[in-house]
Write a protein that binds this ligand. Structure first.
Ligand code: PAF
Length: 291
């Protein structure tokens, strides 16, 4: 382990065994203001903060962006130091998956997923195997870091629900007392949710990209989920998106709904494509309750 101001950089769990009762922010790096907000929330717990930086191969499909996913470790460590992080855990794949990636991929697919992760029509349909990889890496990160609290952004709403369900279902002695704290999505002034993948957007794509927050905003005016879904689809198509899904679901179970009497969430995943490039944007927001 070596030091940079008060930030320690660790490559294996043995290097931060002294860190107990911490607040943990798992990331894949390429840190931005959204991550800074997660780190500030972690800091506000009063516990020492640990951030992990690891681009997890098991959550990427064969045709996805694993190889081009932005890797900006020096900047990430500088941001972590500025935010007063105690430990940046930067493991190698050998540390996370000593059995090798192929075996880890196979293992991930054998582990049962909570129902919220496999709801038809959401991430599981578009990115088969994605949540199996997320579940495996988050469990291994929790095992290594043994946090008291872990902070997850609401931008990845289905991931947040998966992690909450996974912690609830875990054996009581695996991550005793671990609390999952959600944090609201941080947005650009034009409404675009912050994401490491926004770096893929060319300046000329920004206007189109605003179609996602606009779609969600329009959905708020609808009195029925089916109307909200139609408005979102129309808005995304008008901005040139190829839609994976644009739906309204129960906020907790992620099952389809036919009214707004219970907390619901509008959820979007859609691709912008251009010659030689593409970006997949996801976003979600709470819908207004109508009682
Ligand atoms: O949300 C992310 O950045 C990743 O899915 C996570 C939770 C760090 C697991 O790799």
């Amino acid at each position: 382990m070596h030091a940079s101001s008060t930030l320690r950089v660790a490559h294996s769990p043995e290097e931060f065994r002294d860190l107990t009762q911490c607040a943990f922010v798992p990331t894949m790096g390429a840190l931005h203001e959204g991550h800074a907000a997660l780190l500030r929330r972690a800091k506000a717990t009063g516990l020492p903060v640990c951030v992990s930086i690891y681009v997890n191969p098991t959550q990427f499909g064969p045709n996805e962006d694993l190889n081009r996913y932005p890797r900006t470790l020096d900047d990430d460590l500088a941001l972590a130091a500025r935010e007063g992080v105690a430990v940046a855990y930067v493991p190698s794949t050998d540390v996370i998956y000593p059995e090798g990636i192929e075996a880890a991929n196979r293992l991930a697919l054998t582990l049962p997923l909570p129902d919220v992760a496999t709801r038809p029509g959401l991430e599981d349909r578009c990115r088969p195997g994605h949540f199996a990889g997320v579940q495996l890496v988050v469990a291994r990160l929790f095992d290594a870091v043994r946090p008291r609290v872990a902070i997850f952004g609401e931008k990845d709403w289905q991931q947040l629900k998966l992690v909450q369900a996974m912690v609830t279902a875990a054996e009581s002695d695996r991550w005793p007392g671990l609390e999952i704290l959600p944090l609201a999505t941080v947005r650009e002034p034009d409404g675009l949710a912050l994401s490491s993948r926004n770096r893929y957007l060319r300046p000329e794509d920004r206007e189109q990209a605003r179609g996602v927050p606009r779609a969600i905003q329009l959905a708020h005016s609808a009195q029925r989920p089916s109307t909200a879904e139609r408005l979102m689809r129309e808005t995304l198509e008008a901005h040139g998106f190829e839609i994976d899904y644009a739906v309204v679901r129960d906020a907790e179970t992620l099952l389809p709904v036919d009214g707004f009497e219970r907390p619901t969430r509008a959820l979007i995943a859609a691709h912008l494509k251009w010659d030689g490039g593409s970006v997949r944007l996801i976003d979600n927001a709470a819908m207004t309750l109508w009682r």
